[in-house]
Write a protein that binds this ligand. Structure first.
Ligand SMILES: [Zn+2]
Length: 418
């Protein structure tokens, strides 16, 4: 396909370019390119799709089912009892429901960590989005559970192997929910198969204090003592990292997924993003689940990130940095050719109506993208060279029936628990 005449964001600048794609991949960018299958992109700002680098997609069913609580009581008293009743069908409709929101807000790739991942894989295949899939595992020291979860991880991993738009990662939930032996087995599997590991890290002060009491180490120090940290490790949150933790994570080449809105809502704190960036850590951005956000919109997440760090100074996280973290940072963390519009990258992009009020005046388009963009301005979204959103309508799945079915499942779930 030839995407002609758009104002394309590439290499940190907006330039009028044609984009040639083939087999779902960007072949070239140029001017005056010719081809048969032409899409007229004049009047659009064309940007790489957002990469939501940490979420729990099916939790979109639990949006609003437990608000205004701190993380540990939110998990223990509300979320874990609800999650215990989740079925395959719940997760299938919950995943589709979450994908609707992501595609309509310009996200083309996400990194999920949850259960019933076969249901999420089915939803991803049907809706046309790109995903990294992580089957979340917890053993709490139960060796039998550890073995069952490793087998399930391996089963889901096999399901992802031949899927063009789906990759797989190992997903130990957190250092405080997985035993040392289990963490070692998980890392061994990941290294043997050349895949990444995705883990929550230092999300709350309590997590850090408990770990220091039990092991006299921070969670990052503890993982490093198990030789767990490496370039293939993606740590979600990192709210309560010490300066030594930051140095350590930088030296091991880990990526950190910043989830500012979830951290604010659960009163967990604000991750030290400027310090992490100073230490050259690759930073990605994630919404976390919709039960703790309560949205999956990366438009909102990106703006929130750019704003909260201004508490440290008005020049922290300027718009271009924020947009780069939300796109390129995610692609780098996930190890996928996404988050940039350049030859060799996947043809995953959003077409933004340049005449929409939220994109005008056009003194600074990057500023508009981060500080004023409204989702209605995102007219079309392409994943893997295929339009999955066209004129604000999803092309592969039906938004109305998904919203109705997801609401039915969500209501039944909450009624069951009371
Ligand atoms: Zn999370």
């Amino acid at each position: 396909m030839l995407i002609q005449g758009g104002l394309v964001y590439t290499n940190g600048a907006f330039v009028e370019r044609d984009i040639e794609t083939e087999g779902g991949v960007i072949r070239s960018l140029g001017t005056g390119l010719e081809g048969d299958d032409v899409f007229d992109a004049r009047g659009f700002v064309v940007v790489p799709g957002f990469v939501n680098a940490h979420t729990h997609l099916s939790m979109s069913l639990l949006r609003g089912a437990g608000d205004d609580m701190p993380l540990h009581s939110w998990l223990n008293d509300r979320i874990w009892p609800l999650e215990a009743s989740l079925s395959y069908e719940d997760c299938y409709w919950g995943s589709l429901f979450g994908i609707v929101e992501m595609l309509k807000t310009g996200t083309t790739c996400f990194n999920d960590m949850y259960f019933h991942m076969d249901a999420t894989i089915r939803a991803v295949k049907e809706a046309g989005i790109r995903a990294a899939i992580t089957h979340a595992v917890i053993d709490l020291g139960d060796e039998k559970k550890a073995q069952t979860e490793l087998q399930e991880s391996s089963r889901i991993h096999r399901m992802c192997r031949n899927e063009k738009r789906i990759s797989y990662m190992m997903g130990p939930h957190a250092p405080y929910t997985c035993s040392e032996a289990f963490l070692l087995q998980i890392k061994e599997y990941a290294r043997a198969h050349g895949i990444k590991t995705h883990i929550h890290l230092s999300e709350t002060r309590k997590e850090v204090e408990d770990m220091e009491q039990e092991h006299s180490m921070t969670p990052a120090g503890y993982l490093d003592s198990l030789s767990f940290l490496d370039e293939e490790t993606i740590c979600a949150h990192g709210v309560h990292l010490t300066p030594e933790d930051i140095k350590l994570l930088s030296s091991r080449g880990c990526s950190i997924v910043h989830c500012p809105q979830s951290n604010l809502k659960l009163s967990s704190g604000i991750a030290p993003l400027p310090q992490m960036r100073d230490a050259s850590i690759n930073i990605a951005l994630g919404t976390d689940g919709a039960a703790s956000n309560n949205s999956l919109s990366m438009i909102q997440e990106t703006k929130c990130m750019a704003l909260i760090h201004k508490l440290q100074g008005a020049t922290e996280v300027p718009a271009s940095t924020a947009f780069s973290i939300a796109t390129r940072g995610g692609g780098k963390a996930l190890g996928l050719p996404v988050g940039e519009l350049a030859p060799g990258y996947n043809a995953d992009m959003a077409f933004i109506d340049a005449s929409h009020f939220s994109m005008r005046p056009s003194h600074s388009l990057i500023s508009n993208l981060v500080y004023s963009l409204q989702e209605e301005a995102i007219r079309h979204v392409m994943v893997d060279g295929t339009f999955v959103l066209r004129d604000r309508e999803l092309t592969m799945v039906d938004e109305k029936s998904i919203t109705e079915k997801a609401s039915e499942h969500a209501n039944a779930l909450v009624e069951l628990i009371g």
